[in-house]
Design a protein around this ligand. Sequence first.
Ligand code: FA5
Length: 346
Amino acid sequence: MINKLEELRAKALSELDSIKDPKSLEAWRISYLGRKSELTQMLRGLASLPVEERRAAGAAANQLKSFLEQSLSQREEAIKEAEIARAIEKGKLDVTLPGYPTTLGRLHPTIQILRQMCDIFVAMGFEVVEGPEVEWDYYNFEALNIPQDHPARDMWATMWMDYRNEKGERNMLLRTHTSPMQIRVMENRQPPVRVIVPGKVYRYEATDATHEAMFYQVEGFAVDKNITMADLKGTLFEFARRLFGKERKARFRCDYFPFVEPGVDMAIDCFVCKGAGCSLCSNSGWIEILGAGMIHPEVLRRVNYDPDIYTGFAFGMGVERMSMLKYGIDDIRLFYSNDLRFLKQF
Ligand code: FA5
């Protein structure tokens, strides 16, 4: 058998040396290394050899197999190189042409503004915490003073998960705002707390120039002794000054959220019409950027904070709306429609 292997090696090598194209190379591979090749048959037949012959023959056959495989890939390389050399000679291949440039990725405009927003709050002493996007009804609604059948639930058209509790009720959802994290954080800490929560939220609603079904919010809240509405206003107006510059106007108006008392919304003067009124701002001259207020005593009680000792403020802001105001983007749908002409501008 050893002699037979030697013969095979010599024959295979001499044939391989004369091969000059990939097609013949493949035919060579099939005939010397394929399933029906002599070598494969020999390897299969090893078992029937007498034991004393089997070991030496097995080693030699396997050695030949890997030698032929190696020779095959060397020949393959050599054929490729020869093809390139021929193409250069014939002038078909111009190696002096510049290659294809690799395009560099960049951060999405939402993430860029999100980082700027977080930096401003961190500089004011807030800590950044993240939370789950799939949330329990309890944290998203119940613990925030929005019980089942409360009309305020309509304000947050909800995407429910296909999951029911033991009573058969749907109680798991995609969070509609970042406010559930107020509860999760306060449940685990004692005042003073000063936290911001950036993250994605989801609403089952029709999109238009200022509304998306998935968007980002930044929640913020602070609880301590003697925190007042003046602290809330000071924090948010300072934030707006740092993000948009001194010349932009900000406005507080009364608003209703079941988990704050009193509640407000804050708006910035419209960047398109500078407050005169246009289609983007529904002729009001203002674009709403956040909801806020003093944390409701019931909410504090639910997390075992004593509302006679502690008070706190909370706010929740739309991140894309901030980016729209800062960079003059007039349609929120541009953010997630993956148009590179838009994304490359940031
Ligand atoms: C809330 O989500 C409250 N959780 C905010 C809050 C937090 C109030 C803490 C009081 C205390 P609202 O639904 O208004 O509120 O949303 C807050 C901000 O998210 C809005 O001001 C707006 O900037 C942004 N926003 C709301 N809906 C959309 C949407 N569909 N697309 C893009 N941004 C939106």
